[in-house]
Design a binder for this molecule. Structure first.
Ligand code: NAP
Length: 326
């Protein structure tokens, strides 16, 4: 069969796909241009796509032979899964393998924004570090502060487990009660959305982007947060109303924000990059050698299973009428 891979792959994963199928590769460290992607899917059976590719009606209309879309990412808001299902196209994602890497980056952001890590680095590089002074670069201590986690799934829980090292009480808000085995490894109190915003010193987001979560953090939510609190977002940009966030940061309604993702990625809301009380990263939550190797390998495994007529390990729309190995 013919497979299109829209992002660069580690050699070991590429070789695995090439051993079984004709593979059209993107050899550049940049997303495949939309026009090229539309051309390439036209006569392909499988697509291994990145979270930057929109798999929508326009693309699906161009791909009459497509049987499987394997996303390289746990979030799949870039894919119209319902439309794929209607057309009999399987869709998969890569849950679990990026949990620890994304939780680590969340903590990097918590520490970076509260302890002026980025501005301190810039100051030192610029040759401005000439003396120690008792009131220079004063940040906010993390230890003992309250961590508020919104979306207590795999990554939210991995973030919570690390809070014990900073003696931080954890409160969380999530859609469903946690299964008993999921609550192992951390202590946390389930609270309402409003109570979390009012109580937390650090509010960190770990929800998928859906119709319900878009702009969950809007002007009203920001107004509920404490004026000395920080917002951390390693989930998806549109969960936050970025224009409202710029307003809240400018007026001092909240103390700061550390973001890995943006509402109109890769563009930033006007004024965001000019603020001193932000740390801004280029969507690199899962960007470790270990995790990206596991993610691409899992996406390839899903794709190979689906094309072989087997149920992919992380299929999002396996038809209930099909058994697992037909
Ligand atoms: P997950 O295990 O599915 O966790 C998501 C949690 O959010 C679940 O507990 C879910 O509840 C909850 N949730 C969903 N909708 C909600 C709502 N409307 N209100 C309250 N809670 C809601 O997913 P994960 O593996 O932790 O990943 C979370 C997200 O992180 C991904 O979807 C992705 O967008 C993002 N991410 C970003 C990066 C990055 O590079 N920055 C890397 C990895 C992941 P239920 O249990 O009821 O479903």
């Amino acid at each position: 069969m013919r497979i299109v891979v829209s992002g660069r792959l580690p050699d070991v994963v590429r070789e695995r796909l090439e051993a079984q199928h004709e593979v059209i590769l993107n050899l550049h460290d940049a997303p495949m241009a939309r026009a090229d992607l539309l051309d390439q899917v036209a006569n392909s059976d499988g697509l291994l796509c990145m979270i930057t590719d929109r798999v929508d009606a326009e693309l699906l209309d161009r791909a009459p032979n497509l049987k499987m879309v394997a996303n390289c990412g746990v979030g799949y808001d870039n894919i119209d899964v319902a439309d794929c299902s209607r057309r009999g196209i399987l869709v998969s994602n890569t849950p679990g393998v990026l949990t620890e890497a994304t939780a680590e980056l969340t903590w990097a952001l918590i520490l970076a924004i509260s302890r002026n890590v980025v501005s301190g680095d810039a100051y030192t590089r610029a040759g401005r570090f000439r003396f120690w002074a008792p009131l220079h670069f004063l940040g906010t201590e993390v230890s003992g502060k309250t961590l508020g986690i919104i979306g207590m799934g795999r990554i939210g829980r991995a973030v919570a487990r690390r809070a014990a090292g900073f003696q931080m009480p954890v409160c969380y808000y999530s859609r469903s009660p946690l299964p008993e085995d999921a609550a192992a490894g951390f202590e946390g109190e389930a609270v309402s959305f409003d109570a979390l915003l009012e109580r937390a010193d650090f509010v960190t987001l770990h929800l998928p982007l859906t119709r319900e979560t878009q702009h969950l953090i809007d002007a009203a939510a920001l107004a509920r947060m404490k004026s000395n609190a920080f917002l951390i977002n390693t989930a998806r940009g549109p969960v936050v109303d970025e224009t409202a966030l710029v307003g809240a940061l400018r007026s001092g309604q909240i103390a700061g924000a550390a973001l890995d993702v943006y509402e109109n990625e890769p563009a930033l809301a006007p004024g965001l990059a000019e603020l001193d009380n932000v740390v801004l990263l280029p969507h690199m939550g899962s960007a470790t050698w270990e995790t990206r190797t596991r993610m691409t390998a899992l996406a390839a495994e899903n794709l190979l299973a689906g094309l072989a007529g087997r149920q992919p390990p992380n299929c999002l729309n396996w038809p209930s009428s099909r058994s697992a190995d037909t």
